[in-house]
Design a binder for this molecule. Structure first.
Ligand code: DAK
Length: 271
């Protein structure tokens, strides 16, 4: 996907059918585009999300990523029409593994990611939003994990990422009832970080605030949080100290401190 031509690094962006990818002023925007099916996550769409994660991990222009959906949904879950056609348990396993793998790749991206939840985020759709670092919801958005009502359980990371984010009690309330929560309730339980009239506009504002900060420090801060999860405190603090050391060795750190002392905004170069 990426080739080195002389010293020039050329990133080939694949042609996508079910989503779009564009980068402007440091913000990469990934828009799911299956509005006729409320952006249900078909296997083709999941494969394209895997490709987009690969692009995002390498695109030097992409410093913050926003994921959103076209039309009235963020994503209404896995594609139930496709799933209904799966008769073979091995194929079902493949599907589940594909979803888990794609969302883990998104969760591991070295840049901050924001889900701009413009409408329904249900099942796999909410699990995609949970794989992002931050979530911003439009006032009318509805979020939920309805899987048990289909005789299933959340299978793209929902039973793991949701309790880590909002606590076991609140997570099991949503998982056991399968109910949809409003953007306001999601905000009150810490499921989303911000609510606004327009999710994308709100997400862009958040991205712009993030973009003012040092890129390497952002990547290291995320790495510290992600690697610390699941470790005991002493081990996790060691990781934090190591990554702090890397941050302190950057040119941007010198620039940040110098700019503070000179009472001017910093000019970070990502070095
Ligand atoms: N899959 C496929 N098509 C969907 C869809 C989905 N998840 N959700 C909506 N659509 C389609 C509808 O079928 C409809 O298409 P047509 O009938 O026009 O062809 C179109 O999108 C518009 O939807 P509605 O007419 O239903 O729109 P409404 O505004 O009336 O209702 C709604 C919106 C979001 C409340 C409703 O569409 C809804 O409840 N959708 C389903 C939500 C849901 O239960 N999602 C799935 C969660 S479970 C696995 C097995 C399962 C899973 C994963 C892996 N393996 C075997 C590996 C499941 C994971 C999940 O995500």
């Amino acid at each position: 996907m990426a080739e080195e031509h002389g010293h020039e690094f050329i990133l080939e962006i694949p042609e996508f059918e079910h989503l779009s990818y564009e980068v402007e002023e440091g913000i990469a925007l990934v828009t799911l585009r299956r509005p006729e099916a409320l952006n249900a996550l078909s296997q083709d769409l999941l494969r394209e999300l895997a490709e987009v994660a690969e692009v995002l991990a390498q695109d030097p222009e992409a410093r913050v990523a926003i994921f959103t959906g076209e039309g009235k949904a963020f994503a209404a879950g896995a594609d139930l029409k496709e799933i209904a056609a799966i008769k073979d348990p091995f194929m079902a396993r493949e599907y589940a593994l594909l979803g888990q793998q794609v969302f883990s790749e998104i969760a591991a991206l070295p840049i901050p990611t924001i889900a701009a939840i413009n409408g329904y985020a249900l099942g796999g759709g909410l699990e995609l939003a949970l794989a992002c670092d931050l979530r911003v919801a439009a006032t009318g958005a509805r979020l939920g994990l309805p899987e048990v009502g289909l005789g299933l359980i959340p299978g793209f990371g929902g039973t793991q990422r949701l309790p880590r984010l909002i606590g076991r009690g609140r997570a099991l309330d949503l998982i056991f009832t399968g109910r949809h929560v409003t953007a306001e309730e999601a905000l009150s339980m810490g499921l989303v970080n911000r609510v606004g009239e327009d999710a994308l506009e709100e997400a862009r504002k958040l991205a712009e605030k993030i973009l003012k900060n040092a890129p390497i420090a952002l990547a290291l801060a995320k790495e510290s949080v992600v690697r610390g999860e699941g470790l005991d405190l002493a081990e996790a603090l060691e990781i934090e100290a190591d990554l702090f050391g890397y941050a302190a060795a950057t040119e941007d750190m010198k620039e940040g401190v110098r700019a503070f002392l000179e009472k001017r905004p910093p000019n970070f170069k990502g070095e």
